[in-house]
Design a protein around this ligand. Structure first.
Ligand code: SF4
Ligand code: ZN
Length: 445
């Protein structure tokens, strides 16, 4: 039995256990089946599932003419299950294609390094060249810096804008004519449904599996997994032993599953085809209808797409500065501010300080920094906003909160969450261990 506990951006951990279903595979009739695909009425063994997955990717690419033999295809790797499965399946489906991978090191503390190691291991395993774009080295800032701006409550949206811009920029730098991303069926239909209820048909039309470049010289964007159910990406990764992310992004701490994804999962229990049916209605009916209307409107209103004055990427903004550059400019005005402090810096903090031990009550009882209160990480995770409000009410607006755990890794996302809800918070670098060392050195001198 193979198991994997998988943490995805913005979602609680998903646990997958691959075990025999007690019946033979419906394809080969030899091996024991390990996965049931209700919509296809199949129960497949590990090898037949991998073949099925790769065949679907190949069919999708061919059907939508996503790329040709002369294209250089860049796969945007995040280290998450979707892009990991995409790279491996593309390489198997098109072994002779010029495929390269790229990864953006977003500088998210305790997270980006972990992903960097995973994508390095993956690209070595599948023998695909890897290009890394280090945000700090190349642009002088990291995603965590946006916590000091008004975007602190919309970190994933800022991160998405930065990633999209860098991907486009990178694809051009490395001579890629096509850029592939790992959007899966659940992401696509979930976003379509939420945009539909908001009446945002423009966003729905952007979810098409192939997007032509807005201005010449930009890569074409493709989504070869747009019709692959999310859970199958995870099975593919587990069954093929591919290196994949194993920890949360601190900015997704306390986030919940999108309402529409939850509704879709519920509907799928009654109708295993519902996600495919919705995808087909959106792409075959709604999007063409909307595009026809847009064509007619274009005669009266034309939206100009021009190159951004700062970075040169396409933008339709009237001042010709794209969304990424507008956000980064704000960051430069504010200057960086760290989220982690050392014990020495803690000692020098002024004003009211509240130390929060985020470990379990048992660990806290055993040993803690004098004067620290105990609020386990799980309590924050349940509802970080509620906890932030409680702390502000109890200790006042001007208090500085310093979170800590054993070594600093667990308390960092808690400090990030408190910042998101407007509190002045830091995490203690090295945690209790660093504090004990500091005290023992101080007592000897
Ligand atoms: Fe994902 Fe973290 Fe970026 Fe949000 S901030 S999109 S959770 S990497
Ligand atoms: Zn720009």
């Amino acid at each position: 039995m193979k198991t994997l506990t998988y943490s995805k951006c913005g979602l609680p951990a998903m646990k997958v256990e691959v075990k025999g279903l007690g019946v033979k595979c419906s394809e080969c009739g030899q091996e024991e089946a390990v996965i049931e695909l209700k919509y296809a009425r199949k129960k497949l063994c590990s090898n037949c599932f991998t073949d099925f997955f790769v065949r679907r990717v190949k069919r999708t690419v061919d059907k939508h003419r996503m790329f040709g033999p002369k294209d250089r295809v860049a796969v945007a790797l995040s280290g998450g299950k979707d892009s990991v499965a995409l790279l491996d399946a593309l390489k198997r489906a098109f072994p002779k294609q010029d495929i390269i991978a790229f990864y953006i090191d977003l500088g998210i503390h305790y997270y980006s390094d972990h992903l960097r190691q995973k994508v390095q291991a993956l690209t070595e395993k599948v023998r695909v060249p890897l290009h890394i774009y280090d945000l700090k080295d190349r642009e002088g800032y990291v995603i965590d810096d946006f916590l000091t701006t008004k975007f602190r409550s919309k970190m994933c949206s800022v991160c998405g804008i930065v990633k999209r811009a860098v991907f486009t920029q990178m694809a051009k730098e490395i001579g890629a004519t096509v850029m592939a991303t790992g959007h899966n069926l659940d992401d696509t239909v979930g976003t379509m449904l939420s945009a539909f209820f908001a009446g945002d048909f423009e966003s729905i039309s952007r979810l098409k599996p192939v997007l032509k470049p807005l201005i010449p010289g930009q890569p074409k964007k493709i989504k070869p997994l747009f019709n692959t159910p999310e859970v199958e990406d995870l099975y593919y990764v587990v069954l093929n032993d591919l290196p994949v992310q194993e920890c949360h992004c601190p900015h997704s701490f306390g986030a919940s599953v999108s309402r529409y994804k939850r509704i879709l999962d519920q509907m799928e229990k009654d109708n295993p085809n519902v996600k495919f049916q919705l995808l087909s209605v959106f792409l075959k009916r709604l999007v063409p209808m909307y595009e026809r209307v847009k064509e007619t409107e274009k005669e009266n209103v034309s939206i100009e797409v021009e190159a951004c004055k700062v970075c040169g990427l396409p933008t339709s903004s009237p001042d010709r500065v794209c969304s990424r550059c507008r956000r980064v400019a704000l960051l430069k005005k504010r200057g960086g501010q760290k989220l982690e402090i050392t014990v020495e810096e803690l000692e020098k903090l002024e004003g009211r300080i509240v130390l929060i031990d985020v470990r379990s009550p048992a660990a806290y009882e055993k040993e803690h920094i004098p004067s620290a209160i105990n609020v386990p990480k799980e309590v924050f995770e349940e509802n970080p906003q509620k906890m932030a409000r409680k702390l502000r009410r109890k200790f006042g607006r001007k208090t500085t909160f310093v979170t800590y755990c054993y070594a600093g890794r667990e308390s960092y996302p808690v400090a990030v969450a408190l910042r998101r809800f407007g509190l002045r918070a830091y995490s203690l670098r090295g945690g209790l261990e660093a504090w004990k060392e500091y005290v023992s050195v101080a007592s000897k001198t």
